[in-house]
Each structure stands twice: as C-alpha cells, then as structure tokens.
Design a protein around this ligand. Structure first.
Ligand SMILES: Cc1ncc(COP(=O)(O)O)c(C=O)c1O
Length: 347
C-alpha cells in the first residue's frame, strides 16, 4: 500500500502501551489526568524546553485550533498556495478562526522563500483598517511535496516574522520525517527558529488517533483549550490520546518510524530510477515521491494493489507514492516486480 501514510497500521508499541497502562484505569477527564501531564514532560525533554501538549484527533483540528489562537477573526494567515490549509481543509481555517483570511504566497512548488515573505510584508498596508492584516505565517515541515525547510531557512523566516510581528506556526504532519532527513535537533527547526506552535504529526507515523499540538508559546495554551471546547475538540477521555503519544515519543519510536519510512522511499526512488518510463517530478527527500508515469502503467499498478493518488507538481501531472513506518521489503519487492512486468510487456 503506497497510497498514503494514513493507511499505515498503528505501531504495536503503542497498542501494547495502552493495554498495559490503561486497562481498568479511571482518571480525571478533559486532560487533567496523569497521562496528559506526563506527556508534557516527555515532549519537553525532546525539545529541551518547557512545552504544553494538546492532543487532538486530526491534523486539520490541530492546525486550525493553533491558528484560531494565533490569528484573530480580522487577521490574515499567510501560507503557501499549495498548503494543506489552502487545498485540503475545506473552510476549517475560516470556521475555527471565525473568519480570518488566508493569503497564498510562494512562486516555487512548495517552500516559501525568505524574499517572498519579506516582499509580502513590505507591501502590506500596515495600519489600514480596510485590510485584513497578516498575523501568522503557517508553513509545513515537511512540505506538501515532501521537502524539508533547512534550519537556516527556518531561522531566516522566523527573523522576518519577528520583525513584522507575525506568529510562526508549523504544520508538522510529517515533522518526524524532517528530523530524520535533516538529522537535526528538533529544537533547531521549531522553537529556536521562532515557531510558537507546532503540530507534531503522529497518526501517519504510528498512533491510531492522536496528533500532538505542541505549544511553545505558553500564553496560547489556555486559548487553545477554550477554542477546542468551543469546537468540540476537548476530548473527555483525553488520557487515551495522550497515552498513544507517550508511547510514540518514548524510546524514539517517532524517529525510528520516520527513518523506516524515509529509507523505504529512498529504496523505492532507486527502483523507479531504473525504469525510464518513470520520472521523479520532485527530488525525493522524505517519504513521499511524485512520479510521472504512463497511464497504462498506473492502471497496471492499481490492478496489482498499488493504488495511487494523482497529483500535480507545479503544472506537471504525476502520481504520489507514500511510504510509511511499516513499508517493508516485501512491499518494495512486489512493487519492483510490478514495474518489471510492465517493462517486459512493453518491449
Ligand atoms: C501537510 C498535511 N497537513 C496536515 C494533514 C492532516 O490532515 P488530517 O486532518 O486529514 O489529519 C495532512 C494529511 O494528509 C497533511 O498532508
């Protein structure tokens, strides 16, 4: 299965942790429980700073709750034109913020450049009551096309945000894949670069229903709790979400899983490069590949169980292939066999 990392199974370590720790366990509701408190400690250790974590059950909820605390209903969220926020969250950003605008920037396929942000800020009519003024820059790490912002790039974006008073929000649906690819300290690509809140993606990488909204700017946390209650996202039995995340963050499971996914994608990319009918539309950095291929090959792959979403990279039509923590050699071999069968048949 290479359709999506959302198709990945839950990590056995996480299921096991829940069975061991939460059977016959009564505790306080709405996040006052011991698991949720322990989660703050575990995540604070990973980032080397005091963080608060708010568990939710989807990336969209995490993104939009964070943004609702960072942007008022009269403000603007600046983001890439291809961002998940713009393309895949329906009107949730407007719904959660009570009407904030989304402003799309970015000439490149996925990453926002420092010059683009600076130009936009320079040309903003600050103080004009007729304009919805920018309050937040929202970026995805990794990007929607699987590439990572470097530490330096993020630090420069963070500096421009500081200069113009914008909050920096990071959609880290695949943050772990970025850390694995960059081999960096998670702090360097988050709060040290000025990120105020981060969704540390977990569902695609091991949990079954918990995403971690990591809050570095503590004054946002009570607002997020209020907004979550208003939107119906304050889980009464939050401890079951928190427990998944404790297991996910323990013993570097998040990092081991992301490394597996990235390595599987690298193997897949090498296989694809041996087949001239396939062409990578984007450099393969993490666990997503964007591949141009003839329609009959796509059809044959679907018949063999490899369904793929059609995608676009700039104006190029292609298909997205996504590996996950559980993509094993058997899947990679089966894919290679399917490609080889197509090549033989077309000779
Ligand atoms: C970049 C990005 N952000 C956020 C999400 C989370 O979305 P969901 O609300 O489906 O969990 C996804 C999921 O595909 C994503 O790719």
């Amino acid at each position: 299965m290479l359709l999506s990392d959302n198709a990945a199974p839950a990590s056995p370590e996480i299921l096991d942790y829940i069975c061991r720790n939460l059977q016959n366990c009564s505790d306080l509701p709405y996040g006052e429980d011991q698991q949720t408190q322990q989660l703050d400690t575990v995540v604070s250790e990973i980032f080397g700073t005091d963080t608060k974590v708010f568990p939710v059950l989807s990336g969209t909820a995490a993104n939009c709750l964070a943004l609702s605390a960072m942007c008022s209903s009269t403000g603007t969220i600046v983001t890439h034109r291809e961002s998940h926020l713009c393309q895949s969250e329906n009107t949730a950003p407007h719904f959660f913020t009570g009407g904030a605008a989304l402003h799309r920037i970015g000439q490149g396929p996925d990453l926002i450049s420092v010059d683009e942000l600076r130009d936009y800020c320079c040309n903003t009519p600050w103080g004009d009551v007729h304009s919805a003024l920018p309050q937040v820059l929202a970026i995805a790490q990794v990007s929607e096309l699987g590439r990572a912002y470097s530490t330096e790039h993020l630090a420069e974006l963070g500096a421009v945000c500081d200069e113009y008073g914008l909050g920096l929000y990071m959609d880290g649906a695949r943050f772990a894949n970025a850390v694995a690819m960059l081999s960096c300290d998670p702090a360097d690509i988050s709060w040290k670069a000025g990120v105020k809140a981060l969704t540390f993606g977990a569902i695609k990488n091991g949990t079954f229903s918990a995403e971690a909204l990591v809050v570095f700017d503590h004054k946002l946390y009570p607002v997020i709790r209020q907004k979550a209650k208003q939107a119906g996202h304050l889980a009464s039995k939050m401890r079951y979400l928190s427990a998944q995340l404790i297991a996910y963050f323990s013993d570097e499971l998040w990092l081991r899983n992301a490394r597996n996914a990235n390595e599987a994608a690298a193997t897949l990319a090498a296989t694809l490069q041996k087949h001239p009918e396939c062409e990578l539309a984007m450099e393969a950095q993490t666990n997503q590949l964007f591949v141009q291929m003839p329609p009959d090959l796509h059809q044959q792959l679907s018949h063999k169980g490899f369904e793929l979403y059609p995608w676009r990279v700039n104006d190029t039509a292609c298909y997205r292939l996504v590996t996950n923590w559980a993509t094993d050699q058997k899947v990679l071999d089966e894919f290679e066999c399917a490609l080889a069968a197509f090549s033989r048949a077309s000779r």
